[in-house]
Write a protein that binds this ligand. Structure first.
Ligand code: UD1
Length: 428
C-alpha cells in the first residue's frame, strides 16, 4: 500500500494550480444520465472518486471518453465526453456504490429518465452515520414509490415524476443534488426549500440549464425547477475546488511562505479566508487566483464552528485543526455537520498536538512546534490534515493508508514539492 513520506520544516513558495472541484465533478458526471445526448465536461480532476463514478456509469451502459484540451484551455484537468444514449442496466450494485457515498445519487437521474432503478445503499468516508432518509423523502415527494430491501433502494415511478414542494428539515448537499436532478424531468413545478447553497449545487444547476433545464434560485435556499420533457447535450467547465484551495492555503499558513493558488476563486471560500486572516496569514485575491503569505508572524488562535455554505466548511475542519496545533494560545473548533468527524484528533496527537474533545467541540492548545511521526489516514479530509502537520513538523512523517488522499487530491505530492516541500510517495 502506498505511503507518503514528508520531511517537515520547509516553507512553501511558488504556484499551486487548483484543480476542478471533486464535489461538483461527481454530480455533473451523474447528471449525464439525464440525457441521451453527449455531455462534455471540462476541468474534471483526475481522482480515484472520478474513476469510480466512471465505473458506475459504465455499468449502466454509459460511454465515457477522456479527450485532450482545446487550444487556449488553461485548466489542468481532463475533458470527459459522457454519452448515456443507451442505459442498459438500471441497477447500481453494492460492489460499485459501497466505496463512495456520492455514487448513490444515480438514483435520481435513473428514476427520472427510466422510471425505475435499484441502487445499493452507499458507503464512503466513515464520518458519522450519513443516512439517505432525506434523499428518499425528496424522491417520494416527487411521486416515487420506494422500498428498501436487502441493502438496496428499489425505486419506481412508472408514469414519471411529478413536481412538488420539498422542504428539507436540515440543509443537505446530497438531498439538494438528488431533488434537483430528479425534478428537472418531472411534470410541472418543483420548489426546494431550505436547499443547500453550496457553490457545487449552483454549478450543477448551471450545467442542467445548459442542457435545457429550467432552474432558478440555485445558490439560494429556495430553488424553483420547471420540469421539462427532455434534456439535451451541453458543454460545461467544472468550477475550481474550494476545499483544495483552502487546504493549500492552510498549509502555507502553517509552514510560512508565499504561494499563488492559481485559478482559485475567493468568493467560493470567503469564510475560510477570513479565518486565515484572523490566524495571521495575508490573503490577497488577484486576477490569477489567490495569493497566500505568512512571513515572520506566529499563528493566532481562532474560534470556529463549521456550518453549511457560506459558513466555514466541515471539509476544512481537520486542516484548520492541524494549523491551530501551533497557534499561540487556545483555539476552539466546533463541528456541527457530521458527528464523529474528529478521527484526526488522535493522529494529530502523535505529532505532539494538544487537543481535547468535549462533545462537538475540540479545544486545541497550541505548542511551539510539532514533531514528525508515523500516522494513519482515516478519511479524505482528515488525511490531508496529517500532511499539513507533517509539512510543518520537525523531522520525518510517514502517512499510511493514503488511498483516501487519492480520492480527493489531484497530484498532491507533485503540487507541494514544486513549492519546496520535501514530500514523496513510497509505492508498495
Ligand atoms: C457533501 C460533500 C461532503 C461535505 C458535505 C457537507 C460531496 C460529494 N460530498 O456530502 O464533502 O462534507 O456535503 O458539506 O459533495 N443527512 C441526513 N439525511 C440524509 C442526508 C444527509 O440526516 O438523507 C445529514 C448528514 O448525516 C449530515 C448532514 O445531513 O449530518 C449533511 O449531509 P450532506 O450535506 O447531505 O452531505 P453529503 O452530501 O453526504
Amino acid at each position: 500500500m502506498d505511503r507518503i513520506r514528508i520531511v517537515g520544516g520547509n516553507k512553501l513558495n511558488g504556484t499551486i494550480p487548483i484543480s476542478g472541484a471533486k464535489n461538483a465533478a461527481l454530480p455533473l458526471m451523474i447528471a449525464a444520465l439525464l440525457t441521451d445526448e453527449t455531455l462534455i465536461l471540462d476541468n474534471v480532476p483526475r481522482l480515484a472518486d472520478v474513476a469510480q463514478v466512471q465505473r458506475i456509469l459504465g455499468n449502466h451502459g454509459v460511454d465515457i471518453m477522456s479527450a485532450g484540451k482545446r487550444p487556449g484551455d488553461h485548466h489542468q484537468g481532463q475533458t470527459l465526453h459522457i454519452s448515456a444514449a443507451n442505459i442498459i442496466d438500471t441497477t447500481a450494485p453494492y460492489e460499485l456504490v459501497s466505496t463512495m457515498r456520492a455514487s448513490f445519487w444515480v438514483v435520481a437521474p435513473l428514476l427520472a429518465r427510466m422510471g425505475e432503478c435499484k441502487v445499493s445503499l452507499p458507503g464512503g468516508c466513515a464520518i458519522g452515520t450519513r443516512p439517505v432518509d432525506l434523499l428518499i423523502m425528496a424522491l417520494e415527494k416527487l411521486g416515487a414509490q420506494i422500498q428498501i430491501d436487502g441493502g438496496y433502494v428499489i425505486a419506481s415511478a412508472p408514469n414519471g415524476l411529478t413536481g412538488a414542494e420539498i422542504e428539507f428539515p436540515k440543509v443537505t448537499v446530497s438531498g439538494t443534488h438528488v431533488a434537483l436532478m430528479a425534478a428537472t424531468l418531472a411534470k410541472g413545478r418543483t420548489v426546494i426549500l431550505n436547499a443547500a447553497c453550496e457553490p457545487e449545487i449552483l454549478d450543477v444547476a448551471d450545467c442542467l440549464n445548459k442542457m435545457g433545464g429550467k432552474i432558478t434560485g440555485a445558490g439560494t435556499p429556495r430553488i424553483v425547477i420547471e420540469g421539462v420533457k427532455k434534456l439535451h447535450g451541453a458543454r460545461h467547465t467544472v468550477l475550481p475546488d474550494r476545499i483544495e484551495t483552502g487546504t493549500y492555503a492552510m498549509a502555507v499558513a502553517m509552514t510560512g511562505g508565499d504561494v499563488q493558488l492559481a485559478g482559485a476563486r475567493p468568493e467560493l471560500l470567503q469564510s475560510a479566508l477570513d479565518v486565515l486572516v484572523q490566524a495571521g496569514a495575508t490573503v490577497t485575491p488577484n486576477n490569477e487566483g489567490i495569493r497566500i503569505q505568512r512571513n515572520g508572524a506566529g499563528i493566532s488562535p481562532v474560534t470556529v464552528s463549521t456550518a453549511p455554505f457560506p459558513g466555514f466548511p466541515t471539509d476544512l475542519q481537520a486542516q484548520l485543526m492541524a494549523l491551530m496545533a501551533c497557534a499561540k494560545g487556545s483555539s476552539h473548533i466546533t463541528e456541527t455537520i457530521f458527528e464523529n468527524r474528529f478521527m484526526h484528533v488522535q493522529e494529530l496527537a502523535r505529532f505532539g498536538a494538544r487537543i481535547s474533545l468535549d462533545g462537538e467541540t475540540a479545544t486545541i492548545d497550541g505548542i511551539a512546534s510539532l514533531k514528525g511521526a508515523p500516522v494513519m489516514a482515516t478519511d479524505l479530509r482528515a488525511s490531508v490534515s496529517l500532511v499539513i502537520a507533517g509539512l510543518a513538523a520537525e523531522g520525518e512523517t510517514m502517512v499510511n493508508r493514503i488511498y483516501h488522499l487519492d480520492r480527493g487530491f489531484e497530484r498532491l505530492e507533485e503540487k507541494l514539492s514544486a513549492c519546496g516541500a520535501n514530500i514523496e510517495r513510497i509505492s508498495g
